[in-house]
Write a protein that binds this ligand. Structure first.
Ligand SMILES: Cc1ncc(COP(=O)(O)O)c(C=O)c1O
Length: 361
């Protein structure tokens, strides 16, 4: 890191912004992977592998946007300590970018977050604070961020505004990658919602560029989002999702319900079954929220088949299964958590074998 980066000045800000821009240009686009479906269906399913980004998840894009937002607003200087609330993935990416700029970073995470994510945050030089109550994570981060010399990155409020939905985002990238395919404009894009930033960005981009593509958002058990979307109410509360990264106990500011064409509730057994199936079918071990995405995408495909439609569907690989070796990839942990993916997995496999139109989510 250049020494000048530690000086609080316009020159430091220019250097910091240049460093982020250079890093963005040097980072290869995450690949689009094809999930095998029976060829007679005439439907192509793609997964955009965001785990290939340098900090290992789709949150790489968000962390960069949040840093740029704080820098151009003049709220981050060369002496700022950064802090955010996270279920882990965002904090890993924020720690990665904080290190790039030479700034200290503190992550406030719920007590149950996987040890793998904690290790990653620390390996990038971040400090981890645990909040016993998952609903208190944001409040603790805000309290720390209010101290002099600190800046609260506030992903849950800012994700959908700090991200540029017009260009340079995940949606633009995937449309560019699909341009040479037989169905270049997907019928559906399927994503999950943590902050809601990814879904808002994808939904806005599709409308802004006048696509016919529709946006489906999958929601795990015990999340407030599906009910909030169904009823149009923002005061919904839920117990709290077990699928790390997606589903929230309350409706976050970045969740923009009106950008979503459809929400699909997915139970945890189907999320895990689809995660396991992805690993068995493609060799890609992804995290559980990717399983939720895949289960939702297969449900959408089942409906396309029923309607006699062909076309493409795109979803995201959000992060790698390495982060869940001791949890979602551990049989004893799954048993203790009372998540049994057996029946769900059999249903999905028989659907994919073309033998039955099952409820896959
Ligand atoms: C690990 C992880 N974090 C977060 C999210 C949600 O992204 P966002 O915060 O943009 O809603 C996902 C979405 O699928 C995810 O898998």
């Amino acid at each position: 890191m250049p020494a000048a980066i530690a000086t609080p000045s316009p020159a430091w800000r220019r250097l910091a912004l240049r460093t982020l821009a250079d890093d963005e240009h040097a980072t290869p686009e995450s690949p689009l992977v094809r999930f095998p479906l029976p060829s007679a269906w005439g439907i192509d399913l793609y997964l955009k592998d965001e785990s290939a980004l340098p900090s290992g998840s789709l949150k790489h894009r968000l962390a960069r946007s949040l840093l740029v937002h704080g820098l151009v607003n003049g709220q981050i200087t060369g002496h700022t300590t950064l802090v955010d609330a996270s279920s882990g993935s965002t904090a890993v990416s924020e720690a990665w970018f904080a290190r790039l700029l030479g700034l200290p970073f503190v992550a406030v995470v719920p007590a149950g977050v996987s040890v793998e994510k904690v290790r990653l945050i620390e390996s990038f030089g971040g400090t981890v604070r645990f909040a016993a109550d998952p609903c208190a994570v944001s409040a603790l981060a805000a309290e720390l961020g209010a101290q002099r010399g600190w800046y609260f990155l506030d992903q849950f409020s800012l994700a959908s505004t700090a991200t540029d939905w017009r260009r340079g985002n995940v949606a633009e990238a995937l449309f560019t990658q699909l341009a040479g395919e037989r169905h270049p404009e997907p019928r559906w894009i399927v994503v999950g919602a943590g902050t809601g930033g990814t879904s808002a960005t994808v939904g806005r981009y599709c409308r802004y560029t006048a696509r016919e593509t529709r946006l489906a958002v999958v929601d795990p058990e015990n999340s407030a989002y599906f009910e909030a979307w169904r009823t149009g109410r923002a005061d919904v509360a839920a117990g709290g999702s077990r699928i790390e990264g997606i589903g929230r106990p309350t409706v976050e500011k970045s969740f923009v319900a009106d950008t979503i064409d459809e929400m699909i509730p997915v139970d945890d057994a189907h999320s895990v079954a689809a995660m396991q199936l992805l690993a068995a079918t493609t060799g890609i071990a992804a995290g559980p929220s990717t399983g939720t995405n895949l289960a939702g995408a297969l449900l959408v495909i089942e409906r396309m088949l029923r309607a006699g439609e062909t076309g493409s569907v795109v979803t995201l690989i959000c992060d790698s299964g390495d982060r869940y070796a001791g949890t979602f990839y551990s049989e004893p942990w799954l048993r203790e958590a009372r998540i049994d993916p057996g029946e769900a997995g059999r249903g999905i496999r028989s659907f994919l074998a073309g033998s039955a139109l099952h409820h896959v989510a």
